[in-house]
Design a binder for this molecule. Structure first.
Ligand code: NIG
Ligand code: FE
Length: 413
């Protein structure tokens, strides 16, 4: 059989925002070229210095003149609940009339309403619904998505959710990271016996999920309407026993010390973090964990307590920004909208917000070695935009400024 040399792609005439740690906002470079082989970035630099074997006429080379367009790493949405059935627009109406998220949850709505709808759905239907949301995300330059379980809360449905997430990654040009969130809410079958539910998560579900490699991390909802710090510790201890990294829905509605708790386990990330205290910020910094800001949930719940962005900056805690895409608190698939909100509501600079959906989001998923930056050796997952400056991506909302995506080295126009 003749050997077919691998296809190579050279992007020229690019305005590059590499998000390399150059000390310069965005890592900007004009008139840049990016050489891609075997799905990876082989060379990046000024167009005038393209190595000779990448010149026009070289074998198996596709050249793409970008006409000065902006190139960024493909965006990464590092916190989503993408797989679910049903909608909760009636709760939206209730909340607008003054009923709180906690009251809705206490009345059996909220997360448990979506659990009922998800259990009643089929795996095929869950796949179709999630695929639509994922396609919306891809139209905004997303090339990587984290997806949590947590709307099944029984063995079959939790496994189904994770299988659906995995299949999305097999069938769409997007990298998927899956997370087991069995500790999202107490399912009705265990009402009155919280300890038994935690026991089931730790003894039955986490071992099975680790064994079948269905999830790459374990998450929990540590909150007065979710699980206590002590219960969260039990779940985390089980995750550690099975070599699964942890992350946490931490300090969203109250300060239960969630950020410090997840940092103790050297977790990937603490997410929400509106109520994170000074000790939590320092603990995240020491552990190297990422603070994931979720401005759509903050906005949608009408919250007023903002995450301690100045303290995160001061202690150099990397900040990521994600959609939290879910049917209750963040009914959105628009990461660009969330980046805009992170600037307007939380005071991030556009450079910080975009780092939050590229290099820092990659770190929140443990992908930092080969994703989230445009630099040599990284996977060639890129977004090419119809703008010439990164701030334009966040400034105007209403239509997607995406021109094309490159996924795993393939040009997807
Ligand atoms: O991240 N807070 C817990 N989980 C989701 C909300 C899920 C829901 O309301 O369905 C969140 O905001
Ligand atoms: Fe969430």
């Amino acid at each position: 059989m003749p050997l077919v040399p691998p296809a190579r792609l050279l992007l020229t005439n690019a305005t590059l925002a590499s998000f390399q740690d150059t000390g310069q906002a965005y890592g900007l470079m004009t008139d840049a070229a990016i050489a891609i082989a075997d799905g990876k970035i082989a060379w990046v630099g000024p167009a005038a210095h393209v190595p000779p074997d990448w010149k026009a006429g070289s074998p198996n080379l596709r050249r793409q003149d970008l006409g000065g367009r902006l190139v960024t790493p493909g965006l990464i949405d590092c916190h989503t609940h993408l797989v679910f059935a049903g909608d909760r627009s009636t709760e939206f109406e209730q909340r607008l009339q003054g009923v709180s998220y906690a009251d809705i949850a206490a009345g059996g709505g909220g997360i448990l309403a979506t659990v009922r709808a998800t259990r009643e759905s089929s795996e095929e239907r869950l796949y179709e619904l999630a695929a639509e949301r994922l396609q919306d995300m891809m139209t905004e330059g997303v090339t990587g998505v984290e997806i949590k379980s947590g709307y099944g809360l029984d063995e079959d449905t939790e496994i189904q959710m994770l299988r659906v997430a995995r299949r999305l990654g097999e069938n769409f040009p997007v990298r998927i990271s899956t997370t087991f969130l069995g500790a999202h809410a107490l399912p009705p079958e265990y009402a009155g016996d919280r300890a038994a539910y935690i026991e089931w998560l730790c003894q039955r579900m986490i071992p099975r999920i680790a064994e079948e490699k269905l999830a790459g991390a374990v998450d929990a909802y540590c909150e007065h309407i979710g699980f206590s710090p002590a219960e969260t510790r039990q779940v985390f201890d089980a995750a550690v026993r099975h070599d699964l990294p942890v992350k946490l829905h931490a300090d969203q509605l109250s300060d239960l010390g969630g950020a410090a708790l997840v940092a103790e386990y050297c977790g990937l990330s603490a997410d929400h973090v509106e109520y994170t205290n000074a000790r939590g910020v320092k603990a995240l910094a020491e552990a190297g964990s990422v603070a994931v800001l979720l401005p759509y949930a903050f906005y949608s719940l009408g919250e007023t307590r903002k995450p301690p962005v100045a303290a995160f900056r001061q202690h150099q805690v990397p900040m990521a920004v994600a959609t939290d895409c879910n049917p209750g608190t963040a009914p959105t698939s628009s990461l660009l909208t969330c980046l805009n909100m992170a600037c307007v509501q939380f005071g991030l600079t556009p450079a910080e917000a975009l780092a939050g959906a590229t290099c820092h989001a990659a770190r929140a998923l443990g992908w930092e070695e080969d994703n989230g930056q445009v630099s040599r050796g990284m996977r060639a997952d890129l977004a090419v935009w119809d703008v010439t400056h990164p701030a334009q991506l966040l400034y105007w909302r209403g239509s997607s400024p995406l021109h094309a995506r490159v996924f795993d080295g393939r040009w997807l126009g």
